[in-house]
Design a protein around this ligand. Structure first.
Ligand SMILES: [Zn+2]
Length: 315
């Protein structure tokens, strides 16, 4: 019987699950809303139901393992969720053991940005590189760092928090307790905030006609209409992202930096500023080495990476 794995990507809003074979092909996929209860049971039940749905639709295959990518710091060895800021019901929860009990297959956990980094490294934009950094620009800024084909975890599994690199020491307060984190300047949320901060300086901007605009609306105003406010927002956003990436390049000397997440759609407006800032703030040799590219797998990076980790896990 051919082997497959089940790969889950648990987000604050959606739970996505797929049955994936050894080549990385998605054989079946399902999506549902993430339950927002106070106890972890409902989330476990949602994952289990999705897993069973995938199994039932792939009954010619044997399930080797399940890997859940979660928006949390995790202890991978202990299968333990340490802290899940957007799903606090999961703090200190033994998720791997709970899934293993219910499903009867080997279950492992991984941080969602680490899983996406592995996915892009397996089948996406950093394929073939031994050392790469994945940055995701969404509601926040997430990161996954792979050095010599291994995820950089740190002693407690908390490494790779690229979003909390400080780029403005006395800047905007951050949810982590610090100030001026790159998440406050380069996430999709930050792009919208920058628009509100700067709009009074741009009385002619067409964006002022919109009551509620998203980061994507701002990008379109800049890319299609040349809106000066939108262009300035992406200049600042790209500059701050460049400052953070320059620091990573100087410290880690990676081969590739991959930028994904919803706000990466603004690529054409921000990447010139990212590149310029990297050039100004790094040594020449590591700057020349680091290829900066847009992510290739979109929303699937997390499940593809989780699948790879499930195949790689020893049983
Ligand atoms: Zn922070």
């Amino acid at each position: 019987m051919k082997e497959i794995v089940l790969a889950a990507d648990l987000g604050g809003t959606n739970l996505r699950m797929a049955a994936i074979d050894r080549s990385g092909a998605v054989l079946f996929r399902t999506r549902r809303q993430t339950p927002r209860g106070e106890r972890p049971d409902e989330i476990v039940r949602a994952i289990v139901e999705s897993a069973i749905e995938c199994q039932n639709n792939c009954s010619d295959f044997q399930v080797r393992a399940i890997c859940a990518a979660v928006p949390a710091t995790v202890s991978v060895e202990r299968g333990l969720i340490l802290k899940a800021p957007n799903l606090p019901a999961l703090d200190d929860f033994q998720m791997a053991a709970a899934l293993e009990n219910e499903l009867g297959v080997k279950s492992i956990l991984e941080n969602d940005a680490n899983a996406a980094a592995v996915g892009e490294n397996w089948l996406g934009a950093s394929k073939g590189f031994a050392s790469s950094i994945f940055v995701t620009l969404g509601t926040g800024v997430g990161g996954g760092i792979i050095i010599n084909n291994k995820i950089l975890r740190g002693m407690d599994g908390t490494a790779g928090e690229i979003g909390h690199i400080c780029v403005e020491p006395f800047g905007v307060p951050c949810g982590c307790g610090s100030r001026g984190c790159v998440e406050q300047y380069s996430s999709a949320t930050a792009i919208v905030r920058l628009a509100k901060d700067l709009e009074s300086q741009y009385p002619k901007s067409g964006l002022k006609q919109h009551l509620h605009f998203t980061a994507y609306d701002i990008y379109q105003a800049g890319a299609q209409e040349g809106d000066e406010l939108a262009i300035e927002i992406f200049r600042q956003m790209g500059f701050y992202l460049g400052v953070a990436l320059a620091g990573l390049i100087n410290v880690l000397n990676p081969e590739a930096i991959i930028i994904g997440g919803g706000a990466s759609a603004g690529w054409s407006l921000f990447i010139p500023h990212v590149q310029k800032t990297i050039c100004q703030r790094t040594y020449h040799i590591p700057a020349k080495r680091a290829q900066v590219s847009i992510a290739a797998l979109g929303e699937d990076a997390g499940i593809i990476g989780a699948a790879r980790l499930a195949f790689d896990s020893s049983i």
